[in-house]
Structure formats: C-alpha cells, structure tokens
Ligand binder design. Sequence first.
Ligand code: ZN
Length: 269
Amino acid sequence: MSDEPTSVAGVETGQDDTRRPVDQTAQFADVIAARVRKLLRSLKRDAAGVHPRSCPLCDYYGAFTPYGFPLRFDAQCAKCGSLERHRLVKLLLDRKKVIGPGHSVLHFAPEPQLGATIRALAGHYVTADLMRPRVDLKLNIEAMDLADDSFDRIVCCQILEHVDDRKALAEMFRVLRPGGVALLNTPVIEGWDETYENPEIDGARMRLLHFGQADHVRYYGRDLRDRITAAGFALEEFNSVEPDVSTYGLWRGERIFLARKPALGTMNI
Ligand SMILES: [Zn+2]
C-alpha cells in the first residue's frame, strides 16, 4: 500500500513535497508510541512491586501484582490471588488458633483464597451466600434460616458495609453458640469518630463517590466497635503491624475484629 501513489502524494498535483504532511504525522505517531511504550514499561515495573513479599496462604515469595479501584500496587499474590485481608486472616489463624477441629464454621461469601485453608482447619465447614451459586446454603445474613446456637465460628469479611449491619450482627449473635466467635472484616476509617451513612445517597455512581464502592451503603468510623458490642459481643482485634506489613504485603492498620458471644454463665454480666 505504501508504494501506491495517492492524490496527496502528488500524482494529481505533481508536487513532490506534498508527502511532507504525511511524514510529519508518522513522525509524531512514532514519538507518541515511544512515549506510551516507556510509560507502559514503567507501569509494568512499578506494578510488579518493588520488594518481594511472602504469601502465608500459598508460600509464594516474590513480587505481588496490583489490584483494586483505585489501583493498589503490591496488593495481590501472583500465585494464589490472595489480597491483604486474606493474608491477615491467615496470620490470625496461624497465631491465635481461632479455628480448630472442634469447631463448626459458617463462612459467608466464601473467598476462594481462604476457603481451602479454613475447611482444612475446621471440624465442620459450611459456606453460605445470598446471591452466589456453588455454596452450601443460600442465606440472607440479615435473617438467617438457621437455628439458634448453630455454629462455633462465623467468617464474615467485607459484608457488613453492604447490608443492614445491626440485623446482620444480631443474627450472627443468635446463630453462634455461647463462646462462639465471628471473624469480621470491613473497611474502617480510624480517623472518623462516627460511621458515615447518608440516606440521600442513591445510585451506584454516588455510592462509589461517598462509600468507596458502588454497592456499599456506609463507611465505618471507629464507632464500628460500638455497633459490634451493642449486639452483645465482647470484642478483640487483630491488627496488621510491622514487620508483617512489609513481609506479607498487608494494609497498614487493617483489623480483623473477633466478636465473641459470651459463654454460658457469663451472659448479661
Ligand atoms: Zn499466595
């Protein structure tokens, strides 16, 4: 095609220098392409992570990959796909032995990165979700079709910010056996005294702006703890600190909340 004369190339006009605008355009395109390639190289280099990290879930050691919106560099294990919170839960399970063979575990919205680990630890393992297929139980966390005192442990990560959390916490309290523990994780702005909820915010676009994700209905402040204890739970926390943050690629200060239903004989004390 490039050898074919065109009207612009002077076949009709007979002017040789009419090719010049085409060449300038090509030169400009080459410059832009070179700059884009350079940008992509730097993005690829930075996105791959500067320091190697360890994944406690799959024993991978190396660069992690970016994840999320906005993008978080160094967030996802390149082998098993674990994110910061999954690795934090694994460290909690390893160090605090929160789940063992004597426990029946209900795992809500089961993350594939964590499912096999929890299943291997638990004596009895049940997955649940309202919308997702391929779970053991279809359950609404705000109104669970389960008997009182059914499970020893509930794993509930990144759910409370989507639902009526007072109903969900009350239901988890009801379904847990006395002494049972719910492992809770949700985005918290520790610099805020109060949780931000706003009934005037409607629509996916505005929820993304105000609550950080199109299907979130609030952004928790540190008073999340009051909501958990108001449901009757005693509260402990497992915090991501150094050197774990740099070793395992954790989110600084992220917490797993351990909400314990009081054992028999200690209720209403
Ligand atoms: Zn991994």
